[in-house]
Design a protein around this ligand. Structure first.
Ligand code: PEP
Length: 263
């Protein structure tokens, strides 16, 4: 498989938003847009990541969409299975609730909630062993970029997980490159900078996995309807992880359309 044959992914990370009624309205509008003009699943995977307590409800609401829309958990416990772990949700329990996708390593989890390498490895291992597909987020800070260390930081974050992913489990991994300085700031990496980093990530993936050439690499950081086509045109950008713009049905739909049309 060559890089250009990877089906793009467009995933909305709702973060700690929106309220219940607004989430239902958002889904309703998004489904209507797809009904008017569908984005074929053949050309784009689509997912949304609601807050944990809304996962099942949103999953059910998405059930009658004209095409599959994945429900993605924003996080998972570092503890596997079931047991006395107040407040935690394990990978097995996500799977048991028909939630098949999870974000791991988002910079907000790394920075604000202490998700260090060991915790991320445990979460990843549990998720993969439970049969979930993981969207693993990587990205450098502004200081690291200014110091010329962006590439090294991002490749290290990929290497961090290499030892615990079994050969066949790379099938269930999607990488999201999200430069931290571009998340929620309105600043997007230039398509050329993003493309250059994606090429480096692809080279790194090929070195650590026989499936390296088939793994989707998404870009995240202030992706919006206005810049989606330009990013989607980059040959090594296989989709987008979208924060703010995914809270507007029309914007999210336009982004999905841009990626579907580009491939
Ligand atoms: C994100 O949170 O993953 C993200 C990319 O946010 P935004 O699109 O708002 O920058």
């Amino acid at each position: 498989m060559s890089v250009s044959t990877i089906t793009p992914w467009v995933v909305g990370n709702w973060k700690m938003n929106p309220k219940h009624a607004d989430a239902l309205q958002l889904i309703k509008e998004f489904k209507q847009l797809l009904q008017q003009e569908n984005v074929s699943p053949e050309y784009c995977h689509i997912g949304v990541a609601p807050i944990t307590i809304a996962l099942t409800n949103i999953h059910n609401e998405l059930g009658d969409a004209v095409r599959p829309i994945y429900t993605v958990a924003q996080d998972v416990s570092k503890v596997a299975g079931t047991g006395a772990y107040t407040g935690e949700v394990s990978a097995e329990l996500l799977k048991d609730s028909q939630i098949e996708y999870v974000l791991i390593g988002h910079s907000e989890r790394r920075e604000l909630f202490g998700d260090d390498v060991e915790i991320l490895k445990a979460k990843l291992q549990n998720a993969l062993n439970a049969g979930l597909t993981v969207i693993y987020c990587v990205g450098e800070s502004l200081t690291q970029r200014e110091q010329g260390a962006a590439e090294q930081v991002v490749l290290q974050q990929i290497c961090d997980i290499a030892s615990i992913v079994k050969a066949e489990q790379w099938h269930n991994i999607v990488i999201a490159y999200e430069p931290i300085w571009a998340i929620g700031t309105g600043k997007t990496a230039s398509p050329a900078d993003a493309q250059a980093m994606h090429v480096k990530i692809r080279e790194g993936l090929k070195q650590i996995s026989a499936l390296g050439e088939t793994i989707a690499i998404l870009y995240g950081g202030s992706v919006k309807a206005e810049n989606a086509a330009e990013l989607a045109a980059c040959p090594d950008i296989n989709g987008a992880l979208v924060g703010g713009a995914s809270l507007n049905a029309q914007s999210f739909y336009q982004i999905a359309k841009a990626f579907a049309q580009s491939k």
